[in-house]
Design a protein around this ligand. Structure first.
Ligand code: MEV
Length: 435
């Protein structure tokens, strides 16, 4: 009989019971199931309260990017990511910027948008004005829902009302603008939108459906700039000036071609998501916001998407990189405040405000992007990947720790970083003994 995933009361089992169930379901050996173990230093109770149906943890490598200087302060940047070369690329790029003072970064006020969708308003233009006229009362109502946020200098600030044509009739969409201070803002904004909904429906004379934050946080932007000196970019085969030109060529394809732009922005998110994740923030929210913002930037010139960064050559011939995107990260609330490793990472960063964290994250995004473009415009991306990739292949082929280095050397020398070849070489190495 086919197995059923319809398991009533799965959530009521203990973690160990759930783990046992899943182990049997998946036919996992004890050793395979041990991969789910809670690491020492992490209280399982904390993780159990974070999400539902917990069976253990999924451990990612945590790397530290070095050499970062942002607004005159040095940072060690924790990055949680599964991809090789990302941490090294960020560190190398940050090193290049030190000669010109590192990254300069800034943020707008931490203002989030909450949306309230209203349908069936007989007079949308009139409804819009009734809502705008009631602004002070609506803001007061919203702020009553979060006195703590107001006490810390945040709170609901403004109301915008959009008239949005749709296949289901013209809708009114209220945007409640909320200064979230050092929080990500999701809970505060959603609570306020839900609280306002009845009054908003009443004023508009329609019915409310959605009441939810928008991840397109166009009022909560982070910006970073850095100058990459041409003299630091020279390679064995190209002068620094030639590398600057090649990077400008590479960047320009992203500016004119959505197929390249997607990959260009993905490289930026390699850096951004790794820090967002390491600090316990919502990387899906940041990614969705970033990619939608990239599309939003293109709306005025009829394009589909724009790069989140720009590159130019300054009067001295050095490369100037800039980045701007919504970065709605928080330091209070959410996983950042409870996950022990996230808390440790925030302490290592030493950031005191969410805005400072966003500035570091924007800088890492720019560093990552520059690192990728520099590699792509010179030797190509693969060489940098090869060392770690070969180590993975060597381990998968069954190499013992004392065999890994020799096997990796052989794989790289042969330009054959493949599991079948790794196994063959391993057999040969074991036959001939240590060289
Ligand atoms: C790979 O994860 C990221 C890159 O493809 C980014 C880029 O092409 O700019 C290297």
């Amino acid at each position: 009989m086919a197995r059923s995933s319809e398991i009533s009361g799965f959530y009521k089992l203990t973690t160990a019971e759930r783990r046992k169930f899943v182990q049997e379901w998946g036919g996992l050996t004890d050793v395979e199931a041990d991969a789910y173990d809670f690491p020492p230093g992490i209280d399982p109770g904390i993780l159990n309260r974070m999400i539902e149906n917990v069976v253990g943890t999924f451990a990612l490598p945590l790397g530290i990017a070095t050499h970062f200087r942002v607004n005159g302060t040095d940072f060690l940047v924790p990055m949680a990511i599964e991809e090789p070369s990302v941490v090294a690329a960020a560190s190398n790029s940050a090193k290049v910027t030190r000669a010109t003072g590192g990254f300069r970064a800034s943020t707008t006020q931490p203002v989030m948008i909450g949306q309230i969708q209203i349908l069936d308003v007989p007079d949308p233009a009139g409804g819009r004005h009734r809502l705008l006229d009631a602004k002070d009362r609506l803001l007061k109502l919203a702020n009553e829902r979060d006195p703590m946020l107001v006490k810390f200098g945040g709170g609901a600030r403004e109301i915008e009302v959009r008239i949005v044509p749709s296949p289901r009739g013209t809708m009114l969409v209220v945007h409640l603008l909320v200064d979230a201070r050092d929080a990500g803002g999701m809970n505060a904004v959603n609570t306020m939108c839900e609280a306002l909904a009845p009054e908003v429906a009443n004023l508009a004379g329609g019915r409310v459906v959605l009441r939810i934050i928008s991840n397109l946080a166009v009022y909560r932007l982070a910006r970073a700039t850095a100058t990459f000196p041409a003299e630091k970019l020279a390679t064995d085969n190209a002068t620094g000036a030639e590398v600057v030109e090649a990077i400008l060529d590479a960047y320009t394809l992203a500016a004119v071609d959505p197929f390249r732009c997607a990959t260009h922005n993905k490289g930026i998110m390699n850096g951004i998501s790794a820090v967002v994740l390491a600090t316990g923030n919502d990387f899906r929210a940041i990614e969705s916001g970033a990619h939608t913002y990239a599309a939003f930037l293109a709306k005025d010139d009829g394009g589909i998407v724009k790069p989140l960064s720009t590159y130019e050559k300054d009067a001295k011939g050095d490369l100037v990189g800039t980045i701007e995107l919504p970065i709605a990260v928080g330091l209070i609330g959410g996983a950042t405040a409870v996950h022990p490793a996230a808390k440790a990472n925030v302490k290592v960063l030493g950031v005191k405000h969410a805005s400072e964290l966003a500035e570091v994250i924007a800088s890492v995004g720019l560093a990552q992007n520059f690192g990728a473009l520099r590699a792509l415009a010179t030797e190509g991306i693969q060489r940098g990947h090869m060392g770690l990739h070969a180590r993975n292949i060597a381990a998968t082929a069954g190499a013992r720790p004392d065999e890994v280095d020799r096997l990796v050397e052989r794989l790289i020398a042969e330009h054959a970083i493949r599991i079948d070849r790794a196994k063959e070489i391993l057999v040969e190495m074991r036959r001939t003994g240590p060289s």
